[in-house]
Structures are given as C-alpha cells and as structure tokens.
Design a protein around this ligand. Structure first.
Ligand SMILES: [Zn+2]
Length: 119
C-alpha cells in the first residue's frame, strides 16, 4: 500500500503499489498544475473523505479534478461518466518517492492525445 497525502494531510489516498511510470501532460490544466499522474483502476484506489476535497469540472464535464479544501493541493482526477476504467493520482503527493527512478512520460493532452515518446 502506498499513500498519497496533500500538504496539510486532510486529503489522503491509497493505492496498492507505487507507480513505476508517471505522466506529465501539456493540456491547459495539467501544465498549470505541474502534476505527475500515476494511473490506477478506480476500484483499487482508496479515496479521501468526500468533504476533504473540492472538485473542479469544466468544458465537456468528463473529468473532475480534486483539490484539498484546506491546503489547495491537487490530489487526483476521476472520470465523471464512468466510461473509463482509470483515474489518476498526483504522484508528487507520495512522500519519499524517487522520481529519478520512475519513468516520466510526456503526454500530449493539448493536441494529439498521444505519448510524445511513442512512434
Ligand atoms: Zn490539504
């Protein structure tokens, strides 16, 4: 079990294992957040207490980005329509994770919706 915690500790998530790869995305919100996303199936993630985070939803309303209501740190995003069997948790919230040992993939969410490191 690996734990993700916001700065103040009010919002905590759990996942079965630490990520071996994370994604950086250049879309309009991810590039502002600077998050490094670890993907999991929603069924394997322990979510924070609902009142501890505030969702942000916009545009086509497909995703909700959650941030801690107290310290403002972005913790995770979830699909709102249930069509995707994955969600993302911000790997920067893992204490002690050696990001130098994790593959960091660049996702072109701004344009092609492909990884820039794949042909
Ligand atoms: Zn917090």
């Amino acid at each position: 079990m690996i734990e993700f915690a916001c700065h103040c500790g009010a919002a905590r998530l759990g996942a079965p294992e630490a990520p071996t790869e994370v994604s950086e995305c250049n879309c309009s919100i991810c590039r502002r957040l600077g998050a490094r996303w670890a993907y999991y199936r929603p069924s394997e993630v322990t979510l924070p207490a609902p009142q501890s985070t505030q969702p942000y939803v916009w545009g086509d309303r497909m995703l909700a980005f959650h941030r801690c209501r107290s310290c403002g740190i972005t913790t995770h995003w979830q699909s709102l329509d249930g069509s995707r069997d994955r969600m993302a948790v911000n790997a920067r919230l893992i204490d002690g994770l050696d990001l130098g040992a994790v593959r960091i993939r660049q996702f072109d969410g701004a344009d092609t919706w492909r990884y820039l490191d794949e042909d």
